[in-house]
Ligand binder design. Structure first.
Ligand code: TRH
Length: 386
């Protein structure tokens, strides 16, 4: 396949649950289209669910152009495949479409889930010849080290974060746009925490740990389909508007933000509780303290993934900091009530945790990002070097 044929990409996204699948696909498609000027079609199986992440999307339209990307409903038989086809998270491709891929020798890459486990480097880039059709599927694994597919990071992301941190006016506009009942000064003088988690997260222990602090705390709680605010904060009193209060803690429910504004929230908070895959990576790039809750899997597989991440993430940390980060992560993902002291200790050590987070963000940002690696991998496929 020649160079010009490499200019077209089809990305396939099946929305299993939550927002991570479409969150990752949408970011990557925008990078392909806007950073690389490639022609990109994004096929989505559930348009109404995708509209949470792509608010401009009209769920009833079969095809529409948004931010340089052609967004399409899952394809019908007549669609001709692009030169490069990116299946995401093993979502599968329609058989009629696959047959056409064989005929025109499209590249077939499967973008897998992110994990910090050691096996990832061994499996990244491996070919998987198919038995039913004369075509090879290739595994592309994101990851934290140089022999993996890397992490999603837009070209200008770090520069944007640094510019935001120096721009008091934009920060003030961001707080105002969030519609908080507390004034900006009260927010800025409090310990700011964002909370995006699965229902199993150990919120009661976190709240107990925060109550022990000698400091005002604002908890930003992005509305999610999974939680009811009243259930999460049962004995909090209603404030003037949507906010809830107890002792030193104000819970501020906020709308589900655009991906760009969610980044701003992560950049603005002192500590971010994140989950799944995409918010986890964004929290890493934010360079602020964070606690990650992995997507819950059977037999505690998610806890092994968390351990693998902590091992990698804490390599440059002091033994004390490494053990604090580990204890806080395991307490947050614990299925039973847990000693709340660890969350008090975490908040008291935030300046050290943040220093480490920033150093890790800077270290990881020196590695090539996922899109750069994906493009060079695709070129190697053309040259038959894989
Ligand atoms: O929604 P998630 O739990 O998605 C998960 C994971 O990706 C998991 O690995 C996968 O198996 C499962 O879905 C099916 O968490 P995640 O990955 O952080 O995705 C959330 C997306 O929502 C991310 O792109 C950030 C975005 N977001 C906003 O744009 N605005 C918001 O206000 C919030 C809270 C999130």
């Amino acid at each position: 396949m020649n160079q010009s044929a490499l200019q077209t990409w089809d990305v396939f996204c099946k929305i299993v649950d939550n927002h991570g699948d479409i969150g990752v696909c949408w970011r990557l498609c925008q990078q392909l289209a806007n950073e690389q000027a490639l022609r990109v079609r994004l096929f989505i199986d559930d348009m109404p669910a995708a509209a949470h992440i792509v608010p401009q999307l009209h769920p009833k339209l079969a095809q529409q152009d948004i931010d340089g990307v052609t967004v399409c409903a899952w394809p019908n038989e007549s669609i001709m495949p692009a030169a490069t086809v990116l299946e995401t998270f093993s979502c599968g491709l329609p058989m009629a479409y696959l047959e056409k891929m064989v005929a025109q020798q499209s590249h077939w890459i499967n973008l897998d889930y992110l994990s910090a486990e050691d096996w990832v480097a061994d499996f990244h880039g491996k070919p998987s010849p198919q038995t039913q059709l004369p075509i090879t599927r290739h595994f592309f694994f994101p990851g934290f080290e140089i022999h993996t597919g890397g992490l999603l990071r837009e070209r200008d992301l770090i520069a944007k974060r640094i510019a935001y941190s120096k721009d008091a006016l934009t920060q003030s506009q961001f707080w105002q746009a969030l519609g908080c009942e507390q004034g900006q000064a009260a927010i800025e003088n409090s310990l700011k925490i964002s909370l995006f988690c699965y229902p199993q997260a150990n919120v009661p222990s976190l709240l107990a740990g925060l109550h022990s602090l000698d400091q005002a705390v604002t908890l930003f709680f992005p509305a999610s389909l999974l939680h009811s605010t009243a259930e999460l904060f049962p004995d909090f009193a209603r404030g003037a508007g949507l906010s809830l209060n107890k002792h030193n803690i104000t819970v501020q429910p906020i709308p589900f933000l655009s991906q760009a504004n969610y980044d701003r929230l992560l950049w603005s908070c002192d500590c971010n509780f994140v989950r799944g895959e995409d918010s986890w990576v964004r929290a890493i790039w934010a360079g602020q303290a964070f606690i990650w809750q992995p997507y819950i899997q059977e037999q505690g597989t998610h806890l092994k993934k968390m351990q693998a991440f902590l091992n990698r993430y804490s390599q440059q940390a002091s033994p004390e900091l490494a053990s604090l980060l580990s204890a806080a992560h395991f307490a947050w993902s614990a299925t039973q009530a847990h000693d709340s002291k660890i969350f008090t200790e975490l908040m008291q050590a935030l300046s050290l945790v943040k220093e480490h987070a920033l150093a890790e963000a800077n270290r990881l940002a020196k590695q090539p990002d996922l899109l750069s690696k994906l493009l060079s991998f695709n070129e190697k496929l053309t040259e038959n070097k894989v």
